[in-house]
Design a protein. Structure first.
Length: 312
C-alpha cells in the first residue's frame, strides 16, 4: 500500500467512474484499475462494486475511504513540517562550550533563553575544543559553542559572531589603537597549552611554540583573571576577548587597547554533528544568540574587510 494508491481510490470514490478518475490522476484507466485491484487483493476486500454504474463504493470501502482521507491529510501535514518554525524549545538539550567563551557569553544569553523556553532542560558543560568535537561525534552532547573554523567536514558550523581580540597591560595611554608590531617584543602571558585562545594569541603576536624562550612564558594560566593578575604584578601583556573586556572594572579597561584595522577576531560558532536532525533547534538558538550578542560587540559595526579571522 502506498499514498499513490490511496489517491487513486479517492479519485474513483469522488468521480464514481474509473475513466474520469484516471483522467483526474493523469494516468491510463488500465493502470489505475490495476493499482486499485492490487490494493484490494492486499486488503482482502473490495473497495468498489464495479458491476454498478456509476461505480459504487462498498460498505467496507466507505470505512476505508474515511481512513484514506485521514492518511492523505496526515501526509500533507508531514510535508508542511519542513516549513514550520518552532517558537519554543522543549525537552533535553546538552551543550558543550569552551571556558574562554562560557565565562562571558552565558550570562548574556542564558536568562533570555531559559525564560522564553520554560519547558527546556538545558545541560551545559565547560570542556575543551577537542572534547566537544569528540562528544559531538559520539552523541554525548547535542551542540557545541567554540572557536572556529574547525576544518572538519563531518561537523556543521553556524557562525554566531566575531569577537575582537584586545591587549591588556599597555602603558602607552597616548596611543588609541595598537598593532601586532607594538607587542611583538613584549613579555606575553598566555593560557595553558591545549587552549585554542593560546594559539590565537601566539598567532597575533607572531610567536612560535617551538622557538619560545622561557622568558616569554614563565607561567601558563587557566583563566583570563589569572593572566590579568600576573600582568598587574609582573608587567608584560596578555590578550583577552572583547566580551571579557566588557566585564572589567574601569581601571582595568584603561589598561586595555584595541587593535588597529584589520582587527584580529575569533570566529565563534554553534557546532553540530548530523545537523539535519536538529535544524530547527539550531536555527532558533543561533538566531537568539545573534540577536542578544549584537550590541555587546564592536565588530558588529565594522565591515567584513576590516576584520581578520584568527584560526585555531
Amino acid at each position: 500500500m502506498n499514498f499513490q494508491q490511496l489517491e487513486y481510490v479517492l479519485a474513483v470514490h469522488n468521480n464514481k467512474h474509473f475513466g474520469q478518475a484516471s483522467e483526474c490522476c493523469n494516468i491510463t484507466q488500465a493502470t489505475l484499475s490495476a493499482m486499485i485491484k492490487k490494493l484490494e487483493e492486499e486488503l482482502g476486500f473490495l473497495i468498489f462494486d464495479r458491476s454498478r454504474m456509476p461505480v459504487k463504493t462498498t460498505d467496507m470501502g466507505q470505512n476505508f475511504i474515511v481512513l484514506t482521507k485521514k492518511a492523505l491529510q496526515n501526509r500533507q501535514e508531514m510535508y508542511q513540517l519542513k516549513n514550520e518554525t518552532i517558537k519554543e524549545l522543549t525537552g533535553n538539550l546538552s551543550l558543550g562550550i569552551i571556558p574562554t567563551i562560557a565565562n562571558s557569553l552565558l550570562p548574556i544569553i542564558l536568562p533570555s533563553i531559559l525564560k522564553e523556553n520554560p519547558k527546556l532542560h538545558l545541560s551545559i558543560t565547560e570542556i575543551t575544543t577537542d572534547n566537544i568535537i569528540h562528544q559531538l561525534k559520539t552523541d554525548k552532547i547535542d551542540l557545541g559553542i567554540l572557536a572556529t573554523p574547525l576544518n572538519d567536514e563531518t561537523l556543521d558550523e553556524t557562525i554566531l559572531y566575531y569577537e575582537a581580540m584586545m591587549v591588556y597591560g599597555v602603558s602607552d595611554s597616548q596611543k588609541r589603537y595598537i598593532s601586532s608590531n607594538d607587542i611583538r617584543d613584549k613579555k606575553i602571558w598566555l593560557l595553558e597549552e591545549g587552549n585554542c585562545f593560546r594559539k590565537q594569541s601566539m598567532t597575533i603576536c607572531e610567536m612560535k611554540e617551538k622557538t619560545m624562550d622561557t622568558d616569554n612564558l614563565n607561567f601558563e594560566g587557566s583563566s583570563f583573571e589569572t593572566l590579568l593578575n600576573l600582568t598587574d604584578s609582573f608587567g608584560g601583556i596578555t590578550l583577552i576577548p572583547e566580551l571579557y573586556f566588557n566585564q572589567l572594572s574601569n581601571n582595568r579597561k584603561n589598561k586595555t587597547k584595541s587593535f588597529d584595522i584589520p582587527i584580529p577576531v575569533r570566529e565563534i560558532s554553534l557546532v553540530s554533528h548530523r545537523p539535519y536532525s536538529k535544524i530547527q533547534t539550531i536555527n532558533l538558538i543561533s538566531n537568539k544568540i545573534k540577536h542578544l550578542i549584537k550590541n555587546h560587540l564592536s565588530t558588529s559595526t565594522y565591515k567584513p574587510k576590516d576584520l581578520e579571522i584568527i584560526g585555531i
